[in-house]
Design a protein around this ligand. Structure first.
Ligand code: AMP
Ligand code: ZN
Ligand code: FE
Ligand code: FE
Length: 302
């Protein structure tokens, strides 16, 4: 069990991954993973397909979500910063969670249309083409625009699309509604789930979740979210700046946080490989002990 690969962050066609939920589990099984969590953006619609496949293959399965949230940074005039919050073992029928998921998805849909309208001024692309590649019921995201840009030969891959045309600070970007981080944490806790801050040290990313500089300052920043109910941080993640992860590990130890490592697999939509980062069995157990909103499926491997 000590070398078991436990990957707690993966996306399917229920949001912006390329594999069906069952295919994600199939890939996890093929890669020899002990346990996989499905964490689509702002939806739980992939859970049933994933759970059935996991049961069939004997792969451990943790139902999860990656909730879009934001921080309004008081140090810079309340500038909004997008923050992704993983929630494990939430109750999928919790009224507040369902309301929030529905609201975010509908704003994401409008926002993607607005982005395509801006893009259409400079590129041969229209909304019907983009809508056609979004699977029925999936959470719409920029990778769906990237798919059309790739099909038209405008960019080579999703990474290139995000490096310029779809960049968050680029001319075509439109933000979408998301609840404040504190509210997201509260929603996940009240839904019986375990909130874990996703990739807090994304490069070029987020001053709000930064841990550079003074350690006590960093601890104080994270303590505020822990006081709201935050239970963990995703330290193993390819987008986390390796120069800062030791400091975040120290913050996590000081605050007794759950620590995870995960791939953020998106199938062919991102280079991330299943199992490229892993979570320890001890920390998986802490998640399973704390999450009471839905049932995990235990691996048939020990
Ligand atoms: P959105 O949710 O629409 O703002 O789009 C952001 C999503 O695109 C994130 O979930 C990323 O995982 C995904 N994505 C895929 N490829 C990239 C990339 N190369 N750079 C940044 N985000 C990417
Ligand atoms: Zn994504
Ligand atoms: Fe994310
Ligand atoms: Fe993700």
């Amino acid at each position: 069990m000590s070398d078991a690969i436990i990957d707690l962050h993966a996306h399917s066609q229920a949001s912006d991954g390329s594999d069906t939920p069952a295919e994600v589990i199939g890939q996890a099984h093929a890669a020899g993973l002990h346990t996989i969590a499905l964490t689509d953006h702002d939806t739980v619609s992939g859970w049933s397909g994933a759970r059935a496949a996991a049961r069939h293959l004997g792969v451990g399965f943790i139902p999860g979500i990656e909730l879009s949230t934001q921080i309004l940074d008081e140090t810079t005039g309340y500038e909004p910063h997008s923050i992704h919050l993983l929630g494990y073992l939430v109750d999928p029928e919790d009224a507040d969670l369902v309301h929030e998921m529905v609201t975010i998805r509908s704003h994401r849909d409008n926002r993607l249309q607005l982005m395509v309208e801006k893009l259409a001024e400079d590129y041969p692309i229209d909304w019907l083409e983009v809508r056609a590649v979004i699977p029925e019921g999936a959470t719409p995201g920029r990778p769906h625009i990237a798919e059309v840009l790739i099909a038209k030969g405008i960019v080579a891959d999703t990474t290139e699309a995000f490096a310029n045309i779809l960049a968050g600070d680029g001319p075509y970007h439109v933000p979408h509604y998301a609840p404040r981080l504190q509210r997201g944490i509260e929603i996940i806790r009240r839904a019986g789930g375990v909130p874990v801050l996703a990739h807090p040290l994304s490069r070029g990313g987020n001053p709000a979740t930064d841990v550079g500089g003074d350690l006590n300052h960093a601890i104080a920043r994270y303590r505020r979210w822990v006081d709201c109910g935050l239970m963990g941080v995703e330290i193993g993640h390819r987008e986390n700046d390796p120069a800062l992860t030791p400091q975040l590990a120290t913050v996590a130890r000081e605050l007794d946080l759950i620590v995870t490592g995960s791939s953020d697999y998106h199938g062919s939509k991102k280079p991330n490989v299943l199992g490229e980062h892993s979570t320890s069995a001890t920390h998986l157990q802490r998640i399973m002990d704390a999450g009471v909103g839905s049932e995990p499926l235990r691996s048939s491997h020990r």
